[in-house]
Design a binder for this molecule. Structure first.
Ligand code: DGJ
Length: 729
C-alpha cells in the first residue's frame, strides 16, 4: 500500500512537472528553470553577471519560488568568494582554484579568463546562454537541451574566439554539474580492463578530486564515462541519485571534486591531458554532449531513465529502430581460419537454430591468417573465398539470414600493402619507435586522406555486397601521437580530430547506406559511450563470454547502457577461468541483452541443438520485453550466490524473470524473489522455462508477486531458470 501511495504521489508530481514549461525564465531576477518529468535544474545571473547554479533535484514547477543568485562574501583571504560560489561554467581566472571548465593561453601569454553573462536565446526545449570574458571577445555558448519526457538534460559548450588573435585552449569541458550543498555523498563508477569491463565501484566522496578518464584515444575498457552520485543512502530502488554520461569516444575526463566548502562539483568533457587545441581568430570548438539526470528512486530508476533515453533519443532510428536480430558470429569457432566452405557449414546450422544475422569475423581479407599481417588490405582473400564474398553472402541470404562482416578500419599491420605504400599514415613521432600492440599500429584518422581511404573501402564493400552489418573493431589504443605534417601548434588536435573523423565516416556511411547496421567493438567494451551509440545499433560489451563473469560485466553495463545495445553471445566451455557452465545458464545470461551465438556449432550435440533451438525461439518471444522494456536488477551477482534480473515490457503485458545461482551452500533454498514494476491489481499467467518454479498456481496477482515474491528451486553450481509472466486481460 505504501508503494501504491508513493507511486500515486509520484504520478501527480510527474504530471505537474510535465505540465510545467520545460524552460522557464524570470527576467526580473534572471533565473532559468529547466524541468523534466523527474527533475529540475536551475541557475541564475547574479549582480556581478556571473551565472550561478541554483538547484538540481526533484521536479519543481514554479520558477518564482527560486531565490535570485547572490554573490558570496570572502570567508578569509584564503577562501575567496569565487570558491564559495557555484558557477555553471567557470574559466580559469581570478581567484578560482578548483577544476575549471575552460583554460586557455592568449598569443601574448595572458591566461586570465573571467566569464560573465552576455545574452541568451530559448527555442523549443533548447537554451543557449552566452558568456563573455570581462575584457576580450572570447565567448562561450552554453548549450542546454531539456528532454522533458525522459528526465534528461544535455549540456555542451562552444568556445568561440572572436578576437583578432589566436588562442590555445588547454581545457575545454562540456559542463560542470553542481550537487546540492552537503556531505556524505557517494560516487558510483565503472572500471575494468580487457575482458573484465564495467565493474561497479561505490565509494565515499571526500575533500579533494577523483579523476575518471581515458588517455588512450578511445573510450577505454579501464573506466567508462558514466557516474552516479547518491547522498549515501541510495539502493537499487530507493534514494536520490544524480547521474551523468559523456558522449565522446576519445580522450575524455570527468572530475568529481569536493571543495573545502562542502560543495561537490562534477566537471567533464575533453581530457586535458596532452590537450592543446588552437583557435585562430574566428574559430570555435564544440565540446561533447554531457547528459545528466536525477532520480528520487535509486540506481535502478536512474538506469531506466538513461535506457529509455538512449533507445529513443540517442540510438540511430530511435523509436523506429528494429529489435536486434539473433546473431551468429564466427570468431570463437574459427578465429582466423575462415573459408567459404567452413562459413557455409556454420551458416547452415545457425539458420536451423533460428539465427537471423550471420556475421563473419576476422580473417577474410588480405594475408590475414593470424594477427601478424593483413590489416589495412581490405580485399577478399581469393584462396579462402574463390568467388569473392558473393558465394557466401548468397548462401547466407538463401537460408533467410542477413550477412554481416568484421572490419577493423583504423588499424594497419606493418606487414600489409597499405603500410608499405603509406608508412606515414601510421601514428608516430618522427625518428621514434612505433609501438606495436597485437602487431598493429593505428592509422592517423585525424588526417583527411586517411578518413577518405577508410570511408572509400567501407563504402565499396557495402555497395558491392549485400552487407547489412559491419562489426567495427579497434584492437589497441593510440600511442606516440605525433602528426608530423602539421604545424607544431596544431599537432595535438589529433586527439579531437581523430574522433571527429571517426564520427564523420560512420555518419556518411549510414546516410549513404540507410539499411546498414553497425556494431562498435574495441577488443570488447573499449568503445562504449553515448557518442558512439548515436551511430551504432549494438556494442560488444566484452571479449569475456564466460557466463558467470558476464553476469557482473552486464550488471555494470546496464547501470549506464540499455540491454538492447548489449551484444551477448553463447560460446563454448570450458571458457575463461577454465569454467564450464551448463548451456542453459549460458543462454539465459546472453538472453538478457541482444542474443548472439558464438559457439562452434559443428561441435553441438543433438541435445545442444535442441536446447539452442528452444532458447532462440523463447528469446524471440521475449526480446521486445528485454530490449525495449524496463530492467529491474533484483539481486546483484556481487552479493551472495543469487543473481536475478526482471524485465517489464513497455506496454506492461509481459514480464520476464531470470534467476541464476552460482554456488549453493548448506542446501540453502534461494530467497523469495520480489518482482517489481507490475500492476498490483492485475493477474499474471506464469510460465516456467523448466519447472523450477515452486509456486504451482497458474496465475498470481501483481500485488502478491511484488509483496510475497516468487520462489524457485536452484541447486548446486551454476543453476538457472527463467519465468515468463503474461498479464491476463
Ligand atoms: C576482438 C573482438 O572483440 C573479437 O570479438 C574478435 O572480433 C577479434 N577482435 C578478431 O580479431
Amino acid at each position: 500500500m505504501r508503494h501504491l501511495a508513493s507511486s500515486l504521489l509520484l504520478a501527480s508530481l510527474s504530471a505537474f512537472a510535465l505540465a510545467a514549461q520545460p524552460i522557464q525564465y524570470v527576467e526580473s531576477r534572471k533565473i532559468f528553470l529547466l524541468t523534466t518529468r523527474d527533475s529540475s535544474y536551475a541557475m541564475g545571473v547574479d549582480l556581478n553577471g556571473e551565472l550561478q547554479h541554483l538547484y538540481w533535484g526533484a521536479a519543481l514547477w514554479r520558477a518564482d519560488d527560486l531565490p535570485a543568485a547572490v554573490p558570496r562574501r570572502e570567508l578569509s583571504s584564503f577562501d575567496p568568494p569565487a570558491m564559495l560560489e557555484r558557477e555553471e561554467f567557470a574559466a580559469w581566472g581570478g581567484t578560482r582554484y578548483y577544476e575549471p571548465a575552460l583554460k586557455l593561453t592568449r598569443a601574448d601569454g595572458n591566461r586570465d579568463v573571467v566569464l560573465r553573462y552576455l545574452s541568451h536565446t530559448m527555442h523549443d526545449n533548447a537554451l543557449d546562454i552566452t558568456l563573455k570574458d570581462i575584457r576580450d571577445d572570447i565567448q562561450v555558448v552554453l548549450h542546454y537541451r531539456v528532454y522533458p519526457d525522459y528526465g534528461i538534460l544535455e549540456r555542451s559548450a562552444t568556445i568561440v574566439n572572436r578576437t583578432a588573435k589566436p588562442l590555445m585552449l588547454e581545457s575545454a569541458q562540456s559542463a560542470t554539474w553542481n550537487l546540492p550543498a552537503g556531505e556524505g555523498y557517494q560516487l558510483t563508477y565503472l572500471t575494468g580492463r580487457w575482458a573484465a569491463e564495467t565493474q561497479v565501484n561505490h565509494e565515499a566522496i571526500h575533500q579533494g578530486m577523483k579523476v575518471l578518464e581515458s588517455r588512450k584515444g578511445h573510450t577505454s575498457h579501464n573506466i567508462n564515462p558514466w557516474f552516479a552520485i547518491d547522498a549515501g543512502d541510495a539502493g537499487e530502488d530507493h534514494g536520490s541519485v544524480w547521474f551523468g554520461a559523456l558522449g565522446w569516444s576519445g580522450n575524455w575526463r570527468i572530475t568529481v571534486e569536493q571543495t573545502p566548502y562542502r560543495q561537490v562539483r562534477v566537471t567533464g568533457g575533453l581530457n586535458t591531458f596532452d590537450f592543446a587545441y588552437p583557435l585562430k581568430a574566428g574559430e570555435s570548438l564544440d565540446t561533447p554532449a554531457f547528459y545528466a539526470g536525477y532520480s528520487a528512486h535509486g540506481f535502478g530508476a536512474a538506469s531506466r531513465l538513461l535506457h529509455r533515453f538512449e533507445r529513443e533519443q540517442i540510438a540511430p532510428g530511435g523509436l523506429t529502430s528494429r529489435a536486434r536480430p539473433v546473431l551468429y558470429n564466427s570468431w570463437e569457432a574459427t578465429t582466423f581460419n575462415v573459408t567459404e566452405i567452413g562459413q557455409k557449414q556454420l551458416a547452415d546450422t545457425a539458420a536451423k537454430l533460428g539465427v537471423e544475422l550471420f556475421v563473419m569475423d576476422d580473417g577474410w581479407f588480405g594475408k590475414r591468417n593470424n594477427d601478424r599481417a593483413g590489416l589495412g588490405d581490405w580485399t577478399v582473400n581469393p584462396q579462402k573465398f574463390p568467388q569473392g564474398l558473393k558465394g557466401l553472402i548468397d548462401h547466407v541470404n538463401s537460408l533467410g539470414m542477413d550477412f554481416g562482416l568484421w572490419v577493423e578500419p583504423e588499424m594497419v599491420n606493418p606487414d600489409s600493402d597499405l603500410y608499405r605504400a603509406h608508412p606515414g599514415w601510421a601514428i608516430h613521432f618522427p625518428d621514434r619507435p612505433r609501438s606495436e600492440l597485437r602487431n598493429q599500429m593505428v592509422l592517423n584518422l585525424a588526417r583527411n586522406d586517411v578518413r577518405e581511404y577508410i570511408f572509400g573501402f567501407l563504402d565499396k564493400l557495402a555497395t558491392e555486397n549485400n552487407i547489412k552489418y559491419f562489426k567495427w573493431d579497434m584492437n589497441r589504443p593510440l600511442s606516440e601521437p605525433g602528426w608530423e605534417d602539421q604545424p607544431v601548434t596544431d599537432q595535438r588536435k589529433l586527439w579531437v580530430d581523430y574522433v571527429r573523423n571517426l564520427y564523420d565516416i560512420l555518419d556518411r556511411l549510414r546516410a549513404k547506406h540507410p539499411k546498414l547496421e553497425i556494431e562498435s567493438c574495441s577488443g570488447g567494451g573499449g568503445r562504449v559511450d553515448l557518442g558512439i551509440l548515436r551511430r551504432v545499433e549494438e556494442v560488444w560489451a566484452s571479449d569475456n563470454t564466460e557466463a558467470f563473469d558476464r553476469l557482473r560485466i552486464q550488471e555494470g553495463f546496464t547501470q549506464a547502457y540499455a540491454p538492447k545495445f548489449m551484444s551477448a553471445w553463447v560460446t563454448d566451455v570450458p571458457n575463461m577461468n577454465g569454467r564450464s557452465t551448463p548451456l542453459q545458464y549460458r543462454f539465459l545470461v546472453a538472453m538478457q541483452g541482444a542474443l548472439g551465438i558464438g559457439a562452434n556449432l559443428n561441435k553441438f550435440s543433438a541435445e545442444d541443438t535442441a536446447m539452442a533451438t528452444k532458447m532462440v525461439a523463447t528469446y524471440k518471444r521475449i526480446r521486445n520485453t528485454v530490449q525495449l522494456g524496463d530492467l529491474y536488477r533484483l539481486y546483484s551477482p556481487r552479493n551472495g550466490d543469487i543473481a536475478a534480473n526482471q524485465y517489464v515490457a513497455p506496454d506492461s503485458r509481459q514480464s520476464v524473470l531470470f534467476v541464476f545461482r552460482h554456488s549453493q551452500e548448506y542446501s540453502t533454498a534461494p530467497p523469495a524473489i520480489h518482482l517489481q514494476g507490475l500492476d498490483p491489481r492485475a493477474l499474471y499467467r506464469l510460465e516456467s522455462l523448466d519447472n523450477k518454479l515452486v509456486e504451482r498456481q497458474p496465475q498470481l496477482s501483481g500485488a502478491y508477486l511484488m509483496q510475497a515474491g516468487l520462489n524457485v528451486t536452484l541447486r548446486g553450481d551454476f543453476d538457472s531458470t527463467a519465468v515468463i509472466l503474461e498479464k491476463v486481460q
